[in-house]
Design a protein around this ligand. Structure first.
Ligand code: ZN
Length: 303
């Protein structure tokens, strides 16, 4: 496993080096989230100028257009977004642009039966598809196809790079499954501020309990705190988690409620859920964001 892990780290560095420069002479490919941008960098490399709209720690559910975004949208040749209502506040702007340029939701190519629907909402799929790495591989295919259609002269390069990236994602998928399986079964419960991990739960077999719904727009109620506190007390869960793009106070309220009952629960290091870390840090790539998050989960839940 150690050898494979080194290989992953090496691959991450290669991915990073593919997207270091912004070159105004090349077609601009804009991605809403860092996770999509990472795929664009890996596949298109220096054939395009790639930019990301939402930086480290930015919550995509809440992101609103800023001054300068319109100009960036207009300059772009391709705009990639996640879709499934992740970028809830950008819906109108993106559909307005789609008549003028190539605007693609990378979730479009995913078969509907592989999406997780919100409770009681058949038409409301969970947007956090990047936590099922096998599903994310499908989404990345839309990036490759769109780049190839738009720049057919580079299609061979895109195909080759995409194959290398896909191999990396397959390794990552296997690594995550192994890591989750090392957590003792009775502790395999992930408690976080918002429900970003349903795809992780389904693919890798860990029970996920969210304090909020699957978007960060909803408020946490006292009933939510009571519900989550009783799960922690009943199962003696050692660690609960905050997220890099969600305020910490709600999860602190849960910790206080557990302490009021005479028990204790730790708050783990922030998990990277809806945004990657800063460029140049280990969490500044998709693979790094996933490996760091999984390592924090395994360390916190393993006695
Ligand atoms: Zn989210």
């Amino acid at each position: 496993m150690a050898g494979k892990f080194k290989w992953l780290i090496l691959a991450m560095m290669l991915v990073l080096s593919g997207c270091r420069f912004v070159d105004n002479a090349k077609p601009l490919v804009l991605s809403t989230t860092g996770m999509i941008h990472d795929a664009v960098c890996a596949i298109a490399g220096d054939r395009v100028s790639a930019k990301v709209l939402m930086g480290p720690g930015v919550d995509p559910h809440l992101y609103r257009m800023r001054a300068g975004d319109i100009a960036l949208f207009q300059k772009s040749t391709i705009i990639f977004y996640n879709g499934l209502n992740l970028e809830a506040q950008l819906g109108r702007a993106l559909s307005g642009l789609s008549t003028k340029k190539t605007v693609r939701a990378i979730s479009n190519g995913i078969p509907r039966d592989r999406l997780i629907m919100a409770e009681d909402h058949e038409d409301n799929p969970d947007p956090h598809i990047w936590f099922d790495i096998d599903l994310w591989r499908e989404a990345v295919q839309t990036v490759t196809q769109t780049l190839s259609e738009t720049m057919p002269e580079h299609a061979d390069t895109f195909r080759k790079n995409a194959a290398t990236y896909d191999q990396l994602l397959r390794e990552l998928d296997t690594w995550v499954a192994h890591q989750i399986a090392t957590i003792p079964a009775e502790n395999r419960v992930l408690i976080t501020a918002h429900d970003a991990f349903s795809y992780l739960e389904k693919r890798y077999g860990i029970t996920v309990v969210g304090l909020q719904g699957m978007n960060t727009l909803s408020e946490t109620s006292p009933a939510d705190i009571t519900r989550v506190t009783s799960i922690i007390l009943n199962r003696s869960i050692p660690t609960i988690y905050v997220e890099s793009s969600v305020p910490v106070r709600q999860i602190e309220a849960v910790q206080a409620a557990v302490r009021a009952k005479g028990k204790d629960v730790a708050i783990g290091p922030p998990l990277f859920t809806d945004a990657m870390g800063a460029p140049g840090t280990p969490e500044g790539t998709y693979v790094g964001m996933i490996t760091t998050t999984i390592r924090h989960i395994v360390e916190g839940l393993t006695p």
